[in-house]
Each structure stands twice: as C-alpha cells, then as structure tokens.
Write a protein that binds this ligand. Sequence first.
Ligand SMILES: [Zn+2]
Length: 344
Amino acid sequence: MKAVYFQKHGDVAVLEYGDLPTPTVSAGHVLVKVHACAVNHIDLWTRKGWPGLRLQLPHILGADIAGSVAEIGSGVTNVRVGEPVVVLPGLSCGVCEWCQRGNDNYCNKYTVLGEHIRGGNAEYISVPAQNVVAKPENLSFEQAASYPLTFQTSWHMLVAQAQIQPGDWVLVLAAGSGVGVAAVQIAKLFGANVIAAASSQAKLDKAKELGADAFVNYQEEDFYKKSKDITAGRGVDIVFEHVGKATWQNSIKVLVKGGRLVTCGATTGYDALTDLRYVFYKNLRIFGNLMGSRGELIRITQLMQEGKLKPVIDRVLPLQQAKDAHRALANREQFGKIVLKVSD
Ligand SMILES: [Zn+2]
C-alpha cells in the first residue's frame, strides 16, 4: 500500500512517500480503506519525537480518519464490508478504572492513532471494531476526517470541564485553529456569546461566519483590553486556552469572578506564570484537558449528521504532499483543518 512514513524523527524532510505492507486484520479488528486523513499538531510533535518515545519504525502518522470498511476480522458485527465509516482516534484498554467510569481519555494505556501506533497516512489501517462508527451521510470523506480529534477535545473542554452555560461570554484564543473553529461552534450551540481572537482579519471574518459575536485581532489589539471593552468592563466567563505562555497571564486576568480557564495546549511554552492572587481573589477555576471521551464523540457525530455542527476545512492536499500540510500547520496559515486525500 502507498503510505507516508518516517524512519527517524526530525523536520518535515524525514517524511517519505512509498510502499509499505498492507496490514492484516486480526480478530475484533476492522481493515479500513482510508479515503481521507486530517493533519493535527500531534502529528508534528510525534514526527519530531520526545524523550522516551519509542516507536516501531517506519512509523505512520495520522489520527483523524474517514474511509470504508475493506475487511472485517472474526467476531466483528457492528460494520459490514463496504460501509463508509469514521474512525475514533482514541485507543483505550476498556477495563481500567477510568475506562469503566466512561473517561476513556483518562485511560492509563490511552493513545491516539498515529502517536504510539501506526495511523492513517496510508491506504489501509487496521483498528479495533469499537473505534469504527458510521460516517454521517451528509459529510464527504474529507469533511468526516476533519472533525473527530479537535471537536472531541473542544467539546470536553467547554462542556465537561468548563460547564458552559447559555449567556456565558467565552473568549476563544486562536479561533482559526482546529480546536478554535470547533470551540466557536460548540459555544454558540450552547447559547454562549463568543469573542474570537485570531491573528488576521481574514480569520476573524471566517469566525464570524461560524457565529462568533465579537472579535479581537491580536496582531493589532491587546486581547485583554479589547475583551474588557466588549464586555463593558466585566470580563469573560470562560477562556478557551491552548496558546500557553504568551497569553496565560492575560487569560487569567480577563476572567470574571468565578470564571473558568480551560487549556489543552501550550504552543508558545508550558512554563507560564500564574499570579495566584487572581486565582483565589476571583474564585477562579483552571481545568486541564486531554482529548475527550468516546461518548462525546458519538454525540458530536450525531450533531454533525444533523447539521448543527459543521466541519471546517482549509484545504485538501494529496497524501504525497504531506510535507506541505505539515509546513502549513506549523506556520499557522490555515483556518480550520488541513486534510490529506489518501484514496478515491
Ligand atoms: Zn483503560
């Protein structure tokens, strides 16, 4: 099968396009013919590697996958050969305390496709049957590949962690990112008011199309001051953080009393400074977040089917151009997702 893979960690130059053996399907697994696979920051981090990461090389990246069932292993009853499907990106043991409690994203053995095991930047992938669900009929394969990881993460952040309420003011940082476009839509679905912050007017115009109510161009404006102005000096109820060091202090300051800050990343640095006086004086709550649960992704898939949430695709590139996709994501050129078209 054709695949994009790497044999050593490094910059985009380590990505190779070529042939690898097609995986065989074992009991309880489904062989999916991959039609589309979205690119995420996790692909960039895994490509670069980190201390302690031991992968079986060559490694194939790719967490967000849509395709059709090519073959089923023994015992698989939830899908049939030929059925169009979306692959849930999280893999968990199913039996630990966290999995039993429905928090599979807390599983001690939790991993994401393309991170510790081979992912979807290839014509075929074998995945556990429980990770395969019917593709929403109204979505193309490219659209279906573009939503699982980011919408699942943003949903868990806003709904499970920050417990978003109608009328809340929500500040979404980097609103043009994959998690940002999901956060804007989810916040609007829950009846909140959304301040979208992004680095260009073009991205803010697109955030408006997704329903955002107010806007900060943080290349030109201080998001703390502008958000205070927008809320008549009050501040916001929720800050949707994934920027980290560069924005953290203002993200704390801009919260109203009882406000909630929820973060899923630190793209500008993890060693941010927290002035604890704001935290205790304002009764703030700070939430961390890694991915979301299977149950949340099932609900998101339903809302995609109903058209209440919409995938946002920046561009679709052929699998051979995976390097270009990685460069564009690293440079934050995109609004929404960059998707690789793997096969027809
Ligand atoms: Zn588990």
